[in-house]
Design a protein around this ligand. Structure first.
Ligand code: SUD
Ligand code: ADP
Length: 275
């Protein structure tokens, strides 16, 4: 069974406050983006055979191990993971791989297993990727409300700087906290091709830690991209294009500074599922 694990971008991310447990309460809109990792998941008689980076530390391996245990070891599995989403970019690649492994194993070995509960233990972004569509999220990302997003041509740019998520959260200051995102206004602006009134509270701390990231927005705006924003804890940024051709031209120009992909965010077909 072949499956695609799409990337995500955060169409706005507001850090509301710091919680007693040290985590940060978020309000964010998740949108799938068409850049995707490729997974092959096949049943075998026994054992967990994994081919891909990070070995047993890989979230895809850990997801498989958790599912097989929760399902009572119904059989073995062979997983092949081909990475295309850059790691540590704020694009959620590892979380997406994990979600696709959970879905594939549930299809291969159906059992009374709460996938959302397993997903939460793997990472804050994993439950979103089980949905396979846009979502509004609260908590640390586990309280989800599915969201109908229009398909929008977009560019994702990765300047090549790997930003560890814990480092960025540790650098958050009270002045970075924000109110709830104006969800309706953001959706209307997206549908009309206007600049959405969103922000990412993690840009402040990320820019203080890595000042070179301050230049990215200007570069992307100069190419005519709108609504340019850092995704998650960075260092990838995305911007909205006027159409697929504009997205391709902008991505081409951005490759002078890093990696860039033209694609679609939101919509019905950017989500997960068989390749
Ligand atoms: C920023 C976001 C936005 O979608 O995504 P990415 O940029 O990583 O894709 C997420 O909040 C990333 O969640 P996730 O990637 O699961 O974070 P984890 O590895 O679980 O957390 C690493 C560390 O960051 C801090 N942390 C994480 C999430 C959160 N809401 N508040 C926090 O303070 C905690 O100290 C935690 O130990
Ligand atoms: N399947 C995986 N894909 C990517 N990274 C993984 C995976 N499994 C574990 N990791 C670890 O998780 C870190 C964060 O990866 P990723 O989920 O791609 O980024 P982000 O959290 O920035 O969205 C990586 O640097 C790597 O150490």
């Amino acid at each position: 069974m072949e499956r695609l694990a799409p990337a995500k971008v955060n169409l706005g991310l507001s850090v509301r406050f710091r919680r007693e447990d040290g985590y940060h309460e978020l309000h964010t809109l998740f949108a799938p983006f068409s850049l995707a990792d490729r997974l092959v998941v096949e049943p075998v008689s026994a054992g967990l055979h994994f081919q891909g980076p990070y070995g047993r530390e890989n979230l895809a391996y850990r997801a498989a191990s958790l599912y097989l245990e929760a399902a009572g070891q119904p059989g073995g599995v062979r997983i092949l993971l081909e990475k295309r989403i850059p790691e540590g970019a704020g694009l959620g690649g590892g979380s997406s791989d994990a979600a696709q492994v959970l879905l594939a194993l549930q299809a291969l070995y159906p059992a009374e297993v709460d996938l959302f509960a397993l997903a939460r233990t793997l990472g804050a972004d994993v439950p979103f990727f089980l949905l396979g569509r846009g979502a509004e999220a609260r908590g640390v990302g586990e309280r989800l409300k599915p969201l109908a997003l229009p398909p929008v041509p977009a560019v994702v740019f990765f300047p090549g700087l790997r930003v560890p998520t814990p480092l960025v959260y540790r650098a958050v200051r009270p002045e970075d906290f924000g109110p709830d995102l104006p969800v309706e206004a953001i959706l209307e602006a997206l549908a009309r091709g206007e600049e959405p009134p969103y922000w990412n509270s993690l840009e402040g701390p990320a820019f203080r830690l890595f000042p070179e990231l301050r230049e990215v927005r200007g570069r992307m705006r100069a190419l005519g991209l709108r609504g340019v924003l850092m995704s998650g804890s960075g260092s990838a940024f995305f911007g909205l294009a006027e159409g697929p051709d504009h997205a391709k031209r902008a991505a081409e120009a951005l490759r002078a500074w890093g990696r860039a992909w033209a694609g679609t965010l939101g919509g019905g077909d950017a989500g997960s599922g068989p390749a």
